[in-house]
Design a protein around this ligand. Sequence first.
Ligand code: NAP
Ligand code: GCO
Length: 260
Amino acid sequence: MKNLFSLEGKTALVTGAAYGIGFAMAEAISKAGAKVAFCCRSEEHLNKAVEDYAQNGVDAKGYICDVTDEIQVAAMVNDIERDLGVIDILVNNAGIIKRVPMTQMPAGEFRQVIDIDLVAPFIVSKAVIPQMIKKGGGKIINVCSMMSELGRETVSAYAAAKGGLKMLTRNIAAEYGEYNIQCNGIGPGYIATPQTAPLRQPGSAFNEFLMAKTPANRWGNPEDLMGPVIFLASGASDFVNGHVLYVDGGILASIGKQPK
Ligand code: NAP
Ligand code: GCO
């Protein structure tokens, strides 16, 4: 049973994993036995991340790559194959959010969120699938969101992207399942990372609102994603395809708690 979750002998790429959720998932995948590559846009973030991974006992190899750029992605995938081997596990984690009322959001900003959160997972998946097919299979894990299911004021671009990412996940599963490629989503709830720092400011009304919506009555931590990502990256999920595994403390299961 232990081997069911082993990633020994595998090569993984986690995009946008300089910190936050991606960092925790890359650490978990490494400690389950895989060789791990990660990417980000900033050299400063990359260098700090390599140190942080090392402090956690993880030998992660970093690559500078803007995942919205097909040429940079193709070059990165080639470099990873040279350095670590053909990619068996892809985690499309890189993502941004812009919290702006829709009628005040310039179309360019809407497009930027769609580009990073939806088009980039398409680009990176397209880059790795041919070699996965040649190798006899692979795992693609797309990082979705509560906003793959629910809307919220000021996050129209993000919700549109994450809703689309859920359907891209299902489509990759439908199109490439016959090649033993399993494509699933992970849907974190509200996780304490730099991305949600503005929502966690002391006295934030959002915090009270969120706790009433979360049966677990707490913010998630990046570490809460470690087990679920190992499951979806391992042989334990070989007959799971097109599924979004929500890791949300119960938010999607609950109408919310009434005020006490
Ligand atoms: P974060 O703390 O803001 O980290 C985002 C990471 O993505 C950084 O390493 C960033 O590094 C990288 N990145 C951004 N744009 C990129 C690009 N174009 N190319 C390459 N790397 C890029 O975010 P997070 O909270 O960890 O979230 C990670 C993922 O989980 C995102 O997809 C997010 O939508 C999703 N998510 C987050 C939560 C949450 O509550 N935090 C919940 C559900 C889903 P550089 O800036 O150096 O590129
Ligand atoms: C927001 C938050 C959320 C989280 C996450 C929830 O402003 O509502 O940033 O979108 O990032 O996606 O699953």
